[in-house]
Every structure is written in structure tokens, then in C-alpha cells.
Design a protein around this ligand. Structure first.
Ligand code: 13P
Length: 252
């Protein structure tokens, strides 16, 4: 059985006090109402990591960062390394989110470097991929996702792939209210799993969790999660409201 995962990506929201209070309420919620088969992860801004780690450490909810540096250490003003993230108690890091690719010009080569640094620091990586609208309209979405995975991820060994979760996030569905249909999500998730199978073999492909992200909410989560190759979700806006986030976790 593959791991089912619902990860909340807080993006650049909440100050320190607000974020820790919210992490506390999520922790409490899932202590009282266990999430069953689903692993719940909160991907917070860097400033929340150390405090959230203390809050979550005896509970059921895991912690992740949203980014890490592309260098291990040294004179890189303003950056936070994978090892620093790991030292807070976080276990996961998002790499390759479309907002990093678009606004900070992170390319496949750089993302590959970050992924390897993260894994070598002992972090599990939620590696994000997905096409923009005009790529889908031009029928290039499979090609784009294939390139992102081949160049960002496929230099890893089979053993290192155990540290990977893939998140398919069609960029046109992020924060727009537009969602991929469950069939569109399933089609891409199956394509991704087949690529992994081709490269790493069936065992690796079968155990790889592939999450869907992009305007996932309580009203559409059940249907999207019912697809055989969709192993959970990476949630943006709806992860900022406890009731919505909990309802999405329950949809698993
Ligand atoms: P929304 O759920 O707000 O569309 O964001 C998805 C996302 O980018 C998660 O990483």
C-alpha cells in the first residue's frame, strides 16, 4: 500500500505568532481526530519551523519547509540550507514549486542540485512539477512534465527515490479556482508513474506517492483522491483554514 499524504503549503502567509497558533490548532485537531491512513504535513515558512517542530513533536503531523538553498553552506546571504532546515526538526522540503520556478527563475538544473542537497541532509523531498496553461493548450503538458522529472529528478539512485514524493501541480490550476478534472489528474499521474517505472522499475513506481495540487478543496477532494494514481494532495489556500484542511484530509 502506498502512503497517502495531504500536505499544506502555507506559502508566504502568517506571522510568527499566527503561524505557531495555527500549527497548535492543527496538532490538537489531529490528536483528537486521527487522520487514519493519511500522513499530514505542514510546509511552513522558514521562520515557523523551529517553533512548529516543538509544537508538533509528540503529535501526528509532520513538518516541512517550502524551499532550501542550492548550496550547502557559506557566504550566501539570506539563504537557508537544507541542513539548517533539517536541524529544526523538519522532515520534508518542497522543491520545484511553480512559484519558485516562475518568480525566482529556478530551472531544472538548479532544482536537481537542491534535491540532492536536501536528500543528502536527510530531508524527504516533495518534488513539484506541472505545465502552464499555454503548454497544456498546445498539447505539450506531457513533454514538459517529462523534462522536469528527467532533468530535476532522474539523476537520483533508486535508493534515493525512497526519499521522494512527487506533486503534480498544473500551474493553471494554482490559486485560480480552476481544478484539473479527476480524469486529467489521473492521466498525468499515471504518465508520471509510468515514467518512473521505465527509469527505476515497477517496485519503485508502485510505492511512489504522487500528490495533486491546484485549487484542491473540500468540495472536489473526494473525487480527485478517488483516482487510482492520486495518492493525496498538496494544498495551498485551503490549508490556511483548519476546517477546510481537515475536510480535505478526511476525504482521503
Ligand atoms: P492552491 O491550493 O491555493 O491552488 O495552491 C496549490 C499549491 O500551489 C500548493 O503548493
Amino acid at each position: 500500500m502506498r502512503k497517502k499524504i495531504v500536505a499544506g503549503n502555507w506559502k508566504m502567509n502568517m506571522d510568527l505568532a499566527e503561524g505557531l497558533k495555527f500549527a497548535g490548532s492543527i496538532d490538537k485537531y489531529f490528536k483528537e481526530k486521527p487522520s487514519g491512513k493519511a500522513l499530514v504535513i505542514l510546509c511552513t515558512p522558514f521562520i515557523h519551523l523551529a517553533g512548529a517542530s516543538e509544537i508538533l513533536k509528540h503529535g501526528k503531523v509532520a513538518l516541512g519547509a517550502q524551499n532550501c538553498a542550492s548550496e550547502a553552506s557559506g557566504a550566501y546571504t539570506g539563504e537557508v540550507s537544507a541542513w539548517m532546515v533539517k536541524s529544526t526538526g523538519a522532515e520534508y522540503v518542497l522543491i520545484g514549486h511553480s512559484e519558485r520556478r516562475t518568480f525566482y527563475h529556478e530551472d531544472d538544473k538548479l532544482l536537481n542540485k537542491k534535491t540532492l542537497l536536501a536528500i543528502n541532509s536527510g530531508l524527504k523531498v516533495i518534488f513539484c512539477c506541472g505545465e502552464v496553461l499555454n503548454e497544456r493548450e498546445a498539447g505539450k503538458h506531457f513533454l514538459i512534465v517529462r523534462r522536469q522529472l528527467e532533468e530535476g529528478l532522474f539523476s537520483l539512485s533508486e535508493e534515493q527515490m525512497d526519499m521522494i514524493v512527487i506533486a503534480y501541480e498544473p500551474v493553471w490550476a494554482i490559486g485560480t479556482g480552476l481544478t484539473a478534472t479527476p480524469d486529467q489528474a489521473q492521466e498525468m499521474h499515471k504518465y508520471i508513474r509510468d515514467l518512473v517505472k521505465e527509469k527505476y522499475g515497477n517496485d519503485c513506481a508502485k510505492k511512489l506517492p504522487i500528490l495533486y495540487g491546484g485549487s484542491c478543496k473540500p468540495s472536489n477532494a473526494t473525487e480527485i483522491f478517488s483516482k487510482p494514481d492520486v495518492d493525496g494532495g498538496l494544498i495551498g489556500g485551503a490549508a490556511l483554514k483548519k476546517e477546510d484542511f481537515a475536510a480535505i484530509v478526511e476525504a482521503i
